[in-house]
Design a protein around this ligand. Structure first.
Ligand code: PRP
Length: 212
């Protein structure tokens, strides 16, 4: 039988994903000792892991070349969802927040505000829900720099420990939404490989509950 293929976000979520798979009894030696390999068998080969960047996890799952994916809610919110989000995996917890230079009164004044973010769609939706007209500038990395150099009045970014903001004289104005890693599934796979997926999800759910 063909392996179930899971796209795994490499980097931050990788270690916790592997720990969770090991907790349900899947041997993850190949992932732990991966070297530069990108497709790795886990368990007895019944599952194949594909390591990818977060946004690509979604692309692989949406296009059906991976049955499942582990990806942050942040990436899901920014990229939309033509797939099913079936489980909150409980790790990778952080939040989206609006932040600005310490002491900034962000919501007052008549001048249109400028906000920098790696997540323009999330930012747009947040300000639309507030009925606020805001100019959004897309930044690729270290968004914290934008208010410091005068490019933006604020940023919408991921806050985990808060130390990046603190060390750069910025502070949270408001939480936009909570984030954690999610298990996503291709819509066709959920029908075609329902039994296998349900067994895997049930095991994961039990492991997550035990951990909490
Ligand atoms: C994220 C985010 C912040 C930082 C927040 O960046 O964009 O810069 O983490 O974490 P903290 O609250 O614990 O300080 P990341 O390190 O993922 O790098 P990136 O800029 O490449 O996305």
């Amino acid at each position: 039988m063909k392996s179930l293929r899971i796209a795994l976000t490499k980097g931050r979520l990788e270690k916790d994903s592997v720990a969770l798979f090991e907790k349900i009894g899947l041997d993850c030696t190949a992932v732990r000792e991966k070297g530069r390999r990108l497709i790795l068998p886990i368990g007895n080969g019944e599952i194949e892991v594909v390591l990818a960047k977060a946004a690509d996890v979604i692309t692989y799952v949406e296009n059906g070349v991976c049955d499942l994916g582990v990806v942050g809610k942040d990436t899901i919110m920014e990229n939309g969802s033509r797939f099913f989000e079936i489980l909150d995996l409980g790790f990778g917890r952080c939040r989206f927040a609006l932040a600005a230079k310490k002491g900034t009164d962000f919501f007052t004044g008549y001048k249109e505000k400028t906000v920098a973010s790696k997540y323009p769609n999330v930012s747009r939706q947040f300000f639309e829900s507030r009925g606020m007209d805001v100019r959004i500038i897309k930044i690729e990395g270290s968004v914290e720099l934008a208010p410091l150099v005068g490019l933006a009045d604020g940023i919408v970014d991921i806050v985990e420990t808060g130390s990046t903001l603190k060390e750069n004289g910025l502070e949270v104005i408001e939480t936009v939404s909570e984030i954690s890693a999610r298990l996503i599934v291709n819509t066709a796979s959920l029908k075609m490989r329902k039994a296998e997926i349900e067994i895997l999800v049930a095991k994961l759910e039990t492991a997550i509950k035990e951990r909490e």
